[in-house]
Write a protein that binds this ligand. Structure first.
Ligand code: NDP
Length: 283
């Protein structure tokens, strides 16, 4: 039976460390501040934004949520981002996805100052990640949180075969870059991949981020592998399930993240951690 990677517990520890860093920064006259912009009234986004606000307040981060109506124009959002870019009291800015269709998400991503880009989506920061820059820069919070988990559970990265299922800009691609930077041998598979399990069966580390419930079964896993399930899917009863079929994979894997209680809490803890890092780097 695989060891459970307890994301909830680890997130709690990271949040305590972040809280301590906030205290230190405040004593130096810096009060970390996060601004979250939400456009329209998507129910799931509203829940995510509320959770982020609550967590930030618990940690001592100043949190501002800017709610804009569904019919907000591109120019209005860009102008607001510009104001926050210039506001020295703001350290992290993020715009909650999804955005209404009149908004060009890529342009929004480019507009956030790289030094305040707490999601790590700005092309300048993505470029630094891909070139393994030795400067400080923010990274997409979900894969960054997964790296924290792998480190905390002493998973060997250098020389490991890492396979990532999914190639989104938010999870798959930055995950691949982080693992490559940590000297893993990285393969990314996606919906066009032929015979996907030929790759996954060779994975010492398998990260799955597809949005397809229970896509990965036990027969696609290398015995002893570390399996990270990013998926968050609601079943017919409203229960959260992952992209990994936990019941068939747990007997084969060496380590596994549960859903819920795995990657999810680490993403939000990493967002808080990164807000405080941006504040520190702004000194
Ligand atoms: P996207 O929809 O942006 O990307 C999904 C990826 O999965 C695509 O690259 C797609 O391939 C690939 N894919 C789809 N079907 C298959 C298949 N049958 N076989 C192999 N690959 C496939 O999703 P995200 O990366 O944004 O999110 C993935 C999941 O992770 C979702 O459930 C999301 O809710 C969850 N998530 C959870 C987070 C957390 O904090 N826990 C944070 C972010 C996401 P192609 O590119 O070819 O279409």
């Amino acid at each position: 039976m695989a060891e459970l990677i307890d994301g909830k517990q680890l997130a709690k520890k990271i949040n305590e460390q972040t809280k301590a860093s906030v205290t230190v920064l405040k004593a130096r006259g810096i009060a970390p501040k996060l601004v979250v912009i939400i456009v329209g009234d998507d129910e799931a986004s509203e829940i995510y934004v509320r959770n982020k606000h609550r967590k930030a307040v618990q940690i001592g981060i100043i949190s501002e949520t800017k709610r804009l109506p569904e019919n907000t124009t591109q120019a209005e959002i860009l102008s607001l981002i510009d104001q926050y870019n210039q506001d020295e009291t703001v350290h992290g800015i993020m715009v909650q996805s999804p955005l209404p269709e009149q908004i060009d998400e890529a342009a929004i991503t480019r507009a956030i100052l790289p030094a305040k880009d707490v999601d790590g989506f700005n092309p300048e920061n993505v470029g630094k990640l891909y070139s393994d820059s030795d400067q400080n820069y923010p990274v997409s919070c979900t894969p960054k949180g997964i790296m924290t988990m792998l480190k905390a559970y002493q998973v060997k990265l250098a020389g490991a075969n890492a396979v990532i299922v999914g190639r989104s800009n938010i999870v798959g691609r930055p995950m691949a870059a982080l693992l490559l930077n940590a000297s893993a041998t990285v393969t990314v598979v996606h919906s066009h991949t032929k015979d996907m399990s030929a790759y996954t069966r060779d994975a010492d580390i398998l990260v799955v981020a597809t949005g397809i419930a229970n896509l990965i079964k036990g027969d696609a896993i290398k015995p002893g592998a570390t399996v990270i399930d990013v998926g968050m899917n609601r079943d017919a009863n409203g229960h959260l399930t992952g992209d990994v079929d936990f019941d068939s994979v747990q007997p084969v894997a060496g380590k596994i993240t549960p859903v819920p209680g795995g990657v999810g809490p680490m993403t939000i803890a990493t967002l808080m951690q990164q807000t405080v890092e941006l504040a520190k780097w702004s000194e």
